[in-house]
Design a protein around this ligand. Structure first.
Ligand code: SF4
Length: 105
């Protein structure tokens, strides 16, 4: 009955799995994102924020994405909204449309 729960497709039934990436070129290093969602964001020794894999590994390739765990969506969305560098991008996996961040509608 709850077959959609694991995919995060509850509610409207659309495929709205999300992923997030950071444009480090614009990151100010203030660490707001890491405060909001430390499971997803972390500052590296270079003073810039990076997303982390589910295994807690920093993903430092340019444009690297990590899935947004549904329970953390609010924190990740708030991070994107509050990010002083406007450099946190949250997008749908299915069509890569940005839903939170500077390029969101
Ligand atoms: S909130 Fe934005 S600018 Fe601040 S550390 Fe995170 S990604 Fe960088």
């Amino acid at each position: 009955m709850r077959h959609d729960a694991e995919t995060g497709s509850e509610g409207s039934g659309c495929d709205d799995l999300l992923e997030v990436w950071i444009d480090q070129d614009l990151c100010t290093g203030d660490g707001i994102c890491a405060q909001y969602a430390p499971e997803v964001f972390e500052l590296d020794i270079d003073g810039l924020a990076y997303v982390k894999s589910g295994d807690d590994e920093l993903l430092q390739a340019p444009g690297a994405t990590t899935p947004v765990p549904l329970p953390l969506l609010r924190d990740v969305a708030d991070s994107a909204k509050e990010c002083p560098g406007d450099c946190i991008h949250v997008r749908r996996v299915s069509d890569r449309v940005e839903v939170y961040g500077p390029d969101a509608q």
